[in-house]
Write a protein that binds this ligand. Structure first.
Ligand code: LMR
Length: 396
């Protein structure tokens, strides 16, 4: 059976991590995968996570299966974080949440649900989008289409082109929107633009699927839900895939969720009954540990406040690197304008570096950047900035 199997191509993001790990250069810099590093280049475990884990270790008394939709206390915290305490969607119970293995797991479950229950519905992805979106949805059997997003001339949002694309999406299709900190560009619509997007989706009968993996990394945990809340004012039905990889640093614990918002409690629970089947066919029920950590931290007033401070530290460090990067390039006499990077938010920005320049950076300087030119700003540190900017100058 295996004689004729061809070797698979490396993953455009995680494949680079494998190369990075194998690189013996002690000065290597990893700006590829979206993982936060502190100013010492380490990916820390948050203090609040350590406290929660200690409590869990003492109190946990069973390793029996979780329900297919995960731990109810975790799902309730997910909804509160998405919509805010006391939001109408929560009080009217017209949202149903399933704990999933990471944001990726949530996206795949959503893709399977769409393919099985809404056959023929296509999914529209921003151009560009996270390199794994296409492959997740294609693996689930969906057809992916593109809508306009980034204006290459300004490295900002081309909102007119985005709206024109949305108007062309046929009724019954699905659009994937990035809740905040757009991956890979770092460019987000304003709340007013979100409201317009909501109007267009209602007019056209298009279902939004919001990928919300970076809440807290743009302006703040509460502020970052502004776009989603604008959308909820217009659109009554949606899917939301969220993740605690970045804002809790729980990458390897695979802690995410799929939330269904319906017109009514009955509708949300009917859709969730279908989602549950896709979960059962995929992995049966989710892993527990990450969800317990999140529920423990968010369910404790003091720990929650400390966690908000930790998220602020992460956000502020990334933003300070955006400024230092642009300034250092300028100080070194680089003429190309990188200033739009300061306006962008979250972990990523589009650098405008070409594939050839990215290859040179890796081959000559052991600097790892995704082929599209996306840089993980959270991998920059005050110590590696000089070397990074020198190298970029030399390949430009
Ligand atoms: C990224 O975009 O780098 C992250 O979301 C990690 C991943 O799985 O690709």
């Amino acid at each position: 059976m295996f004689e004729n199997v061809q070797i698979a191509p490396p993953d455009p993001i995680l494949g680079l991590t494998e190369l990075f790990k194998a690189d013996p250069n002690p000065d290597k810099i990893n700006l590829s995968v979206g993982v936060y590093q502190d100013s010492n280049g380490k990916t820390p475990v948050l203090d609040t996570v350590k406290v929660a884990e200690k409590k869990i270790l003492e109190q946990e008394n069973s390793k029996s299966y979780l329900p297919m939709t995960g731990e109810p206390a975790y799902c309730a915290q997910v909804q509160e974080l998405l919509f805010g305490e006391g939001h109408e969607i929560i009080t009217s119970k017209r949202a149903a949440t399933a704990q999933c293995p990471g944001g990726t797991g949530a996206l795949r479950v959503a893709g399977d649900y769409l393919n099985m229950v809404h056959p023929g519905a296509k999914i529209w992805l921003s151009n560009p989008t996270w390199a794994n979106h296409n492959t997740i949805f294609e693996a689930a059997g969906l057809t992916c289409e593109k809508y306009d997003y980034r204006d290459p001339a300004t490295n900002g949002l081309d909102f007119d082109a985005m709206c024109a694309s949305i108007k062309m999406i046929p009724k019954g299709d699905v659009i994937l929107l990035h809740g905040c900190c757009h991956n890979p560009t770092g460019i987000d619509p304003t709340p007013e633009q979100w409201a317009t997007i909501g109007d267009l989706l209602v007019e056209n009968g298009v279902l939004p699927l919001v990928d919300f993996a970076y809440q807290g990394l743009a302006v703040g945990v509460e502020e970052d839900r502004a776009g989603l809340l604008e959308l909820t004012k217009k659109v009554k039905q949606m899917l939301i895939c969220s993740s605690f990889s970045k804002n809790f640093g729980l990458y390897r614990e695979r802690t995410g969720a799929l939330t269904v918002v319906g017109d009514s409690v009955e509708q949300a629970s009917t859709v969730m009954s279908q989602v549950k089947l896709r979960i059962r066919y995929n992995y049966s029920n989710p892993p527990s540990h990450g969800g317990q950590i999140v529920a423990t931290v968010l369910g404790d007033k003091e720990l929650r406040a400390k966690w908000l401070d930790e998220v602020a530290d992460i956000r502020n460090r990334i933003n300070s690197m955006r400024h230092l990067f642009v300034k250092t390039l300028k100080d070194k006499g680089v003429e190309q304008d990188f200033s739009s990077i300061i306006e962008q938010c979250g972990m990523f920005s589009f650098s405008g570096l070409t594939k050839e320049q990215v290859d040179q950076l890796r081959e000559k300087y052991s600097i790892y950047i995704v082929g599209s030119g996306r840089i993980n700003v959270a991998g920059m540190t005050p110590d590696n900035m000089d070397r990074l900017c020198e190298a970029i100058k030399s390949v430009l």
